[in-house]
Design a protein around this ligand. Sequence first.
Ligand SMILES: [Zn+2]
Length: 156
Amino acid sequence: MLARLVAHLRPLGPAGAAASAPAEEGGDTTPWWDGPVGTKRTYLHPVPGADAWAPGRGLPTLVVRGDRPGPTLLVTAGVHGDEYEPMAAIQRVFGELQPAELAGTVVMVSCCNVDAYLSQSREAQVDGANLARVFPGSAEGTLTERVRAPAPSPAP
Ligand SMILES: [Zn+2]
């Protein structure tokens, strides 16, 4: 199950290899608020920044939009990259939720700290930062600070 969690991600090597970081994998980049009603889908929510690391560290995001309108629930896991149980729980819940039975939207980020996950560690290896200690983050900061930067949101 864990391999499926971030199967579309791959290690990028040590921080010194940043210049060779690959572009983000192709695929759906539609943000959660623009996805079609009555569907389940996954995508990589982008990390802000134009350096070589950001594209390979997008947040695996699982979205279930119910057939009927309603509130939005956000669930996150993997603030620390070596805490696997909540990541696996999100996968299980995503598998069980059915749009026809749901009013509203469930957005689940199965791994908030992809850099730490890829190195099976608590802190990100790129900058040594602890994601739980960089709130509120900065769009111009290190990779970890940018993960915590205020996310874009749907138009009112
Ligand atoms: Zn933690």
